[in-house]
Design a protein around this ligand. Structure first.
Ligand SMILES: *[C@@H]1O[C@H](CO)[C@@H](O)[C@H](O)[C@H]1NC(C)=O
Ligand SMILES: *[C@@H]1O[C@H](CO)[C@@H](O)[C@H](O)[C@H]1NC(C)=O
Ligand SMILES: *[C@@H]1O[C@H](CO)[C@@H](O)[C@H](O)[C@H]1NC(C)=O
Ligand SMILES: *[C@@H]1O[C@H](CO)[C@@H](O)[C@H](O)[C@H]1NC(C)=O
Ligand SMILES: *[C@@H]1O[C@H](CO)[C@@H](O)[C@H](O)[C@H]1NC(C)=O
Ligand SMILES: *[C@@H]1O[C@H](CO)[C@@H](O)[C@H](O)[C@H]1NC(C)=O
Length: 452
């Protein structure tokens, strides 16, 4: 009983002590928090001012700020992320196809797609002319509204303006099972592995050294050997999975694969307005007309004169039945002098010349040369290389054949039969017919047939 009152009697003193203690503790905590807060603010202020940061030195921070401004200018964001297929194999019609299917990857990686240069019917960063020499970039943007594009020139300027050269991943697409010098690295299935590091010389040969890049990593993507169902979709997903977390601002792509790697997009990349305009003029000048497409490459040389005479017979027959007289000739024969229009067609021999003489002396042949098409480029020395073999005139030929009232292509032994170029013309014509174009009379006819 005594213990309790004694406890209560001491209680006011204890309370006072406790109160004083708590007050001091409180004051201490307040002031301490205040100091902490003050320190934090100073640090973050210093950081954002770009001075005296512990981890980053002054110059580096300044460079970063500069580069962020460059990125804002070129990409509209503080960081730029590019995908640059700098080497696209094959000639224009097929290269066009490869490039457009690559937009799948640009979209899934959410990277700006850099468009390589063009020239001599090729697409790669060594070529002399801007992408817009062949193609309509504005129309292309409309065709792929959720992909961003930039030309090689602009991309190059970006690399030059940066103070810290952009970290770059180089990828190489390899087709396995082709039995070439790379067979030693063949994979049975779709695969990715560290790639061969390119020496200075190789980078120079591939014209990659014109860009200020810091290539830090090399990867090889392999198609695997043999058939795989939905290969294009699987490959596309595989690429995305392996590349989506990559931080490098630049991913370079070199394609060595002949296999279609991404899903097909039917519609070709639209051609430049200056080519479309020429094609329209030729059509209006010639209409109604035949387009004869004669790609002599891979024909049998000795057969050429016979092929020419069969063609003449066919035209003479058609003049009766179709009532069309004008002839436009699209050919890889070097009608403007110089080399042939296809790099793989080396030897223009006496049989080819004989055949061309036969045609020229019998038919009134119109060609892009005789009609003086593309003259503003032809008369400009800057474009001399373009007209020395295949090039912009090949695109003009293609458009002029698509628009012809009647289309003739060569039979077996007279020309290359399996040509994407020829198939594209006939498919485009079929599409026009299906859309009700009454002027187009056939999709494709091989000359020689029953008339010879
Ligand atoms: C922040 O900058 C001020 C001067 O601007 C300096 O006095 C202070 O020491 C800096 N603080 C730190 C944490 O670097
Ligand atoms: C920081 O950058 C500015 C321009 O962006 C430049 O004038 C200045 O000299 C740079 N300072 C340092 C320390 O690099
Ligand atoms: C600061 O950063 C620049 C650019 O990254 C670098 O060249 C320099 O050596 C660095 N200086 C120090 C003292 O770390
Ligand atoms: C691969 O190429 C070599 C020589 O180029 C040839 O001897 C061999 O038969 C080829 N193998 C296959 C499977 O085509
Ligand atoms: C690579 O080129 C081949 C043909 O040469 C083509 O089929 C394939 O789609 C191309 N791949 C890419 C990613 O461009
Ligand atoms: C046809 O002959 C004319 C006159 O000789 C010549 O100017 C022209 O280049 C020839 N055309 C072809 C396609 O060879």
């Amino acid at each position: 009983m005594l213990q309790n009152p004694s406890f209560y009697s001491y209680s006011p003193t204890r309370k006072r002590i406790l109160l004083v203690f708590i007050t001091f503790l409180f004051i201490y905590l307040i002031s301490n928090t205040h100091i902490n807060k003050h320190e934090l603010e100073t640090v973050s202020l210093n950081k954002s001012a770009g001075i005296n940061d512990d981890n980053t030195n002054e110059t580096a921070l300044n460079l970063t700020l500069h580069d962020e401004r460059v990125n804002l200018k070129y990409c509209g964001e503080k960081t730029c992320n590019f995908m640059f297929p700098y080497f696209i194999p094959e000639q224009e019609t097929r290269a066009n196809l490869h490039l457009r299917s690559l937009t799948y990857l640009a979209r899934s990686l959410n990277r700006i797609m850099v468009l390589p240069n063009v020239g001599n019917s090729r697409m790669n960063c060594c070529a002399p002319f801007s992408f817009e020499f062949y193609y309509d970039l504005e129309e292309m943007k409309k065709m792929f509204p959720n992909v961003k594009f930039m030309t090689q020139q602009t991309f190059k300027e970006w690399t030059k303006e940066l103070l810290i050269k952009p970290d770059t991943l180089h990828t190489w697409f390899i087709e396995d099972g082709r039995n070439d010098s790379y067979s030693i690295r063949d994979h049975d299935h779709i695969a990715v592995e560290p790639g061969v590091v390119y020496e200075k010389k190789a980078l120079h040969r591939l014209c990659v050294d014109q860009f200020d890049l810091e290539i830090s990593d090399y990867l090889e993507f392999h198609t695997g050997i043999g058939y795989l169902k939905d290969f294009e979709y699987k490959m596309s997903n595989f690429f995305t999975e392996n590349l989506k977390d990559r931080k490098s601002p630049v991913i370079l792509i070199r394609n060595r694969s002949r296999r279609q790697m991404f899903p097909l997009i039917e519609e070709p990349i639209p051609f430049a307005p200056h080519i479309m305009k020429e094609a329209l003029e030729l059509r209006n000048k010639l209409q109604p007309y035949y387009c004869i497409h004669w790609r002599m490459e891979q024909g049998i040389p000795e057969e050429m004169p016979k092929c020419a005479s069969r063609l003449i017979n066919t035209i003479n027959h058609l003049k009766e039945t179709e009532g069309i007289n004008n002839v436009y000739l699209a050919t890889d024969y070097p009608i403007s002098g110089g080399k042939s229009a296809s790099e793989t067609f080396y030897v223009v021999g006496k049989y080819h010349r004989k055949a061309m003489q036969m045609l020229n002396s019998t038919l009134n042949l119109n060609t892009w040369v005789s009609l003086n098409a593309l003259k503003e480029f032809k008369n400009d020395k800057k474009y001399a290389s373009e007209f020395s073999s295949s090039g912009i005139h090949g695109i003009l030929d293609k458009l002029t054949c698509i628009q012809a009232d009647y289309f003739l292509s060569g039979p077996k032994n007279c020309c290359r039969i399996r040509s994407t170029y020829t198939r594209l013309i006939s498919e485009a014509r079929q599409a026009l017919i299906d859309n009700g174009d009454k002027r187009i009379r056939n999709a494709i006819t091989r000359w020689g047939g029953s008339y010879s």
